[in-house]
Design a protein around this ligand. Structure first.
Ligand code: F6R
Length: 591
């Protein structure tokens, strides 16, 4: 993961880097550092902890050239020594890196056996290799030579103490965006990092090498052929990444869900028709199987996509966990179609699978919240989930937006005239009702906050919501939570129930209402403290949270808001760092 930022220009590069790093902190937040030019020298400042700690220890306040890094540790513990920027052995090159160098041990042995190393990172050897090769090569060639021997993923910004007017950059598999305005040139791992310092941006391709010398950009491929520079206007606004009056981004993003649904209706519906690429719809109609590929919450969203495609379009579907699929070779049907779900569009596990699928020439669609991402560039088709920037590490509105987008897509593929548009409008109103009654969710959160273990149960749609509910509680409240299909309890997990173990049942489907209630009862007889979240039409007076009725196939969108709020308030009671939970990062760019 990790976030990198660079600035060279007339504005204050130190402010650009510190502001940019604060916006990229969601990518990793165990240490941070900067290198900047000051009085004909480069200075480095790095700290274990957050960007705010780094800011406090900076002794200078102005520079015209700086690079910065916020880290999510992969090689070496979070510490000042392992924080970026890293210097080469003879102190000539300084760099920041996002990604992983998989063959770094081998390279140490092959080229750097006379060097000693300060950090435990894989990154340090990139700086060392550039320095080593520059003993016999021009700097540009030394950097290209380094690119040819390192294996893995990288986006790096590199400073050369002998040429202080420039910034080199290299990129393969980790994201890197180049931005510019009239006053300067900037780099960032994502578009938010450029805000305020660029009006245009260009996502860099894999195996790109380049250099910025003052206000001039040079861009090359690996063999040194100059590449075209195509910049696009930045459309995202600063205020989209502002917490406003909310205590946390997560709460703001939970509250943005009704609006997100209305945005999706506006984006995809023209009257009662869904407007999508005819070629995409044709390919989906004539395929014999849709394969969904995703990770984490996005994978749980794709269970709904499978359901919509099978029910509405009659196409068999399968959901694959990307990190498993990349190392397995399942039987592929004759005319498969692959749909990837990813809010970030940068998840390394997904990119690895996508490359494998593309090599076999199968059609690929990415459903994402980041249309300028690597996955979109690799795909044949892309659909925007229009959730707006999601800053909190735990996904909320991007998850529900994926469910909605997949319902819209399935409706378009099926050509059938279900009343999806009105049903979605009803969902947005129902979500608002849940938000108005958030105190009830807070009440449950207060009761379960000290639980050692907690179980969510449900069947079908409600089981998939349980999976997401359980993930949210783990991620931000650090409560050990599992989700079970309520029917599976008696086949093993019920042995885990002890006195007062909270068990929360989600009941929004008529066909499974009665049976889930009896499964819940079985846990109560073994001492569990049980709770029920039910749809109004199926509710009993003693149920704990009753949500408004909506079309049964969309009910999960409403019950999800309840479980998001329960997780959120449990984390508030524990005084956890909700937007930046421990050990996690939002954009998982390592396999
Ligand atoms: C959970 C969460 C993660 C992501 C997963 C995939 O709240 O956000 O489980 O869903 O890391 O990330 P994307 O969707 O960016 O591919």
């Amino acid at each position: 993961m990790c976030g990198i930022i660079g600035y060279i220009g007339k504005k204050n590069a130190l402010s650009a880097v510190i502001e940019g790093l604060s916006k990229l902190e969601y990518r990793g937040y165990d240490s941070a550092g900067v290198a900047y030019q000051y009085n004909s020298n480069f200075k480095i400042c790095k700290e274990k902890g957050r960007v705010i700690d780094l800011k406090k220890s900076l002794t200078d306040s102005h520079s015209n050239l700086a690079i910065g890094h916020t880290r999510w540790a992969t090689h070496g513990e979070p510490s000042q020594k392992n924080a970026h920027p890293h210097c080469s052995f003879h102190q000539r090159f300084i760099l920041v890196h996002n990604g992983i160098i998989e063959n770094y041990q081998k390279l140490k042995f092959e080229y750097l056996n006379t060097y000693s190393f300060i950090s435990e990172t894989d990154t340090e050897i990139i700086a060392d290799l550039i320095e080593y090769f520059s003993n016999t090569l021009q700097v540009e060639d030394a950097i290209r030579k380094t690119m040819s021997v390192i294996e893995g993923s990288y986006a790096c910004l590199i400073l050369d103490t002998l040429h202080q007017d420039r910034m080199y950059f290299i990129k393969d598999k980790s994201p890197l965006l180049l931005g510019k305005d009239e006053e300067g040139i900037s780099f960032a791992s994502d578009i938010t990092g450029l805000l305020g310092y660029a009006t245009e941006y260009m996502p860099l391709d894999d195996k790109t090498f380049g250099v910025v010398i003052q206000d001039k950009i040079e861009l090359y491929d690996m063999i040194g052929i100059s590449k075209e520079q195509i910049f696009k206007e930045i459309s995202i606004q600063e205020e989209e990444i502002n917490k406003k009056t909310f205590d946390h981004f997560m709460l703001k993003e939970i509250y943005e869900q009704p609006m997100m649904i209305r945005n999706l209706i506006r984006k995809y519906f023209k009257g009662e028709e869904v407007i999508l690429s005819k070629k995409l719809l044709h390919l989906l109609r004539q395929c014999d199987k849709v394969n969904f590929v995703a990770c984490g919450s996005s994978m749980y969203a794709s269970y709904f996509a499978k359901y919509y495609f099978e029910k509405l379009c009659g196409i068999p579907c399968e959901v694959f966990c990307a990190s498993e699929l990349v190392y397995s070779t399942p039987l592929i049907s004759k005319r498969p179609f692959f749909i990837f779900f990813s809010q970030s569009g940068e998840t390394a596990d997904l990119i690895a699978v996508m490359k494998k699928i593309k090599r076999q020439n199968y059609p690929v669609l990415t459903i994402t919240n980041t249309m300028e991402s690597s996955m979109v560039r690799l795909s044949d088709y892309a659909l925007d989930i229009c959730a707006g920037k999601e800053i909190a590490v735990a996904s909320t509105k991007a998850y529900t937006a994926m469910v909605v987008t997949s319902a819209i897509l399935a409706r378009a593929v099926s050509g059938n005239k279900t009343n999806l548009k009105n049903n979605l409008k009803a969902v947005s109103l129902a979500m608002e009702k849940v938000l108005e009654n958030k105190e009830v969710c807070k009440g449950i959160a207060r009761e379960i906050v000290d639980a050692q273990d907690l179980f969510y149960i449900g069947r079908g749609i409600d089981y998939w919501t349980s999976l997401e509910a359980s993930l949210k509680l783990k991620e931000i409240a650090y409560i050990h939570t599992e989700a079970f299909s309520s029917g599976e309890l008696k086949h093993g997990p019920i042995a885990l129930i002890t006195k007062n173990t909270p068990v929360i049942a989600i009941i929004t489907q008529e066909g499974t209402n009665r049976i889930t209630r009896s499964n819940l009862e079985e846990t109560a007889s073994r001492g569990a403290h049980t709770y029920v979240i039910s749809s109004k039409g199926l509710s009993l007076p003693k149920d704990d949270i009753i949500i408004p009725n909506v079309a049964h196939y969309l009910s999960a969108l409403v019950s999800t808001v309840v479980v998001q709020l329960i997780a959120y308030y449990a984390a508030v009671f524990k005084q956890n760092d909700i937007d930046k939970p421990k050990n996690l990062a939002k954009s998982v760019t390592v396999e």
